[in-house]
Design a protein around this ligand. Structure first.
Ligand SMILES: [Zn+2]
Length: 462
């Protein structure tokens, strides 16, 4: 890529596009490639600025004050246990909803979890959920952002002992709440669901309930953002201090895959192009465009080694879902009884949360979610023509809904992690001088202000 002569680029831009090609690759010095940057939107910048460190600190403080939020803990008390905690989250959603002109509806969404492994008897659980209705009645798209409200100590069955869960996962719920506060004042064509699930530590029950419901009701969830453990910046054991990076976990091989999908993946070499991976790259581009000095690191796996989270049931049900998580965890402050041993303080206490860091993670979520929420639907039937020709022809159909101003063709060399170049076109077909044998491509819809849909990886067509 470094050696593509500028002449070809100019010729190409002139002949095939006739559009300003928003491409961020070659710097003419032949130096290091700059990452792609999204066009900035003033309203998104304003929202990003409105994310408040103090609000996040206050939410986490209140959640910790419920003593324990274990899924089997007290549901009657107004001051202690999961019942009080979920009612409080709902009441905060209702408070934020006052700025939404009646578009935000908060509920406690109930479900019964039957006796099984970490559930000693049938339990009625409830997710605290707020739905910000889209302003376009014809827009059926939904974004979901979640964190888990329940907490635990060393013994996952211990529902009595104090389990502050300040980082795991009051930090994630605080992100969800702050996004709700800032976003519910605005209007988006599509619908956004803000949810604090429970039952995560006992077996991802709240997220499983919601994912199944979305599938059964054929809800068009275009992206699900799980925020779990997003507040610690010092790693245990290795003592690395890093407040400048966050991980986005996305599945490589989709959990939901038919035989045909698997065959196609193998034939087209699409192992690094699952829908979740596209979302992860999108979050990286948008997050790094709007949040200064902060890096979004793609982690090429569904979750951490042998561990899981609330995005997993969404992936299993065929939805595009990722997990945001701090760059290095601290196991002295995770799933631990509060105690001092050999002078070391154990427990998931609020003094170990870096609120500035959590706010940055919230801003990354916001930049990606808001951009998606303003964007047109993604292009349909995106295809890559199979022929023995070193030019590559892509074809697609206009999306439903608002007509895009144009489309970005994204491309990268096969060994690259992130998209390297954007080529803007206004037609629904394009032939570009990059070999399909050496590059991967995707197409996204773009509106006049530059809001882009998720990229769609093409299927082969004749
Ligand atoms: Zn967690």
């Amino acid at each position: 890529m470094k050696t593509i002569p500028l002449l070809i680029l100019f010729l190409f831009a002139f002949l095939s596009c006739g559009q300003d090609s928003n491409n961020a690759i070659q710097d003419s010095e032949g130096g290091k490639k700059k990452p792609l940057a999204a066009p900035k939107d003033t309203e998104i910048s304003n929202m990003v600025q409105e994310i408040s460190v103090d609000s996040i600190r206050a939410y986490i403080g209140t959640m910790v004050d419920f003593g324990t939020r274990h899924s089997l803990s007290d549901t009657v008390s107004d001051t202690r246990g999961i019942g009080a905690a979920r009612r409080w989250v709902k009441s905060k959603f209702e408070e934020f909803g006052k700025a939404s002109s009646g578009r935000l509806k908060a509920i406690l969404d109930p479900y019964v979890v039957q006796k099984s492994g970490r559930i000693p008897h049938d339990v009625l659980m409830k997710n605290a959920m707020a739905t910000l209705k889209g302003t376009d009645p014809d827009d059926d798209r939904v974004l979901i952002v979640s964190g888990h409200l329940d907490s635990r100590v060393s013994d996952v069955m211990d529902a009595e002992r104090d389990a502050p869960g300040a980082n795991d996962d009051a930090s994630g719920v605080a992100v969800v709440m702050e996004l709700c506060r800032v976003m519910s004042k605005r209007e988006f064509p599509l619908t956004i669901i803000f949810v604090a699930v429970q039952g995560e530590e006992q077996g991802l029950f709240g997220a499983t309930h919601l994912a199944r419901k979305c599938r059964q009701d054929s809800i068009n969830v275009i992206a699900m953002f799980n925020n779990d453990i997003v507040g610690n910046t010092i790693s245990s054991n290795t003592n690395i201090k890093d407040s400048t990076r966050v991980r986005v976990f996305s599945e490589t091989i989709p959990a939901f895959e038919t035989d045909n999908m698997r065959r196609l993946r193998r034939r087209t070499g699409a192992e690094n192009d699952s829908k979740s991976r596209q979302l992860a790259r999108y979050i990286k581009e948008l997050g790094e465009s709007y949040v200064e000095n902060f890096e979004v690191v793609l982690n090429y796996r569904t979750d951490r080694f042998l561990r899981g989270g609330d995005h997993t049931p969404f992936s299993r049900n065929g939805f595009t879902a990722i997990r945001m998580c701090e760059i290095n965890e601290n196991f002295v402050h995770q799933h631990q009884d509060i105690r001092v041993e050999d002078g070391i303080q154990y427990g998931d206490l609020p003094e170990f949360v870096d609120y500035n860091y959590t706010a940055k993670v919230a801003r990354v979520n916001l930049a990606a979610m808001a951009n998606l929420a303003y964007a047109p639907y993604e292009p349909q039937n995106v295809g890559l023509k199979f022929n023995l020709n070193n030019n590559t022809t892509l074809v697609w159909d206009k999306p439903k809904g608002k007509e895009p101003a144009g489309y970005n063709i994204l491309l990268r060399e096969t060994y690259q992690s992130n998209w390297e170049q954007k080529i803007y076109v206004t037609d629904t077909t394009a032939t570009i001088p990059y070999s399909k044998d050496n590059y991967f491509f995707a197409v996204q819809s773009v509106d006049a202000d530059g809001h882009s849909s998720l990229p769609v990886f093409p299927r082969p067509v004749r």
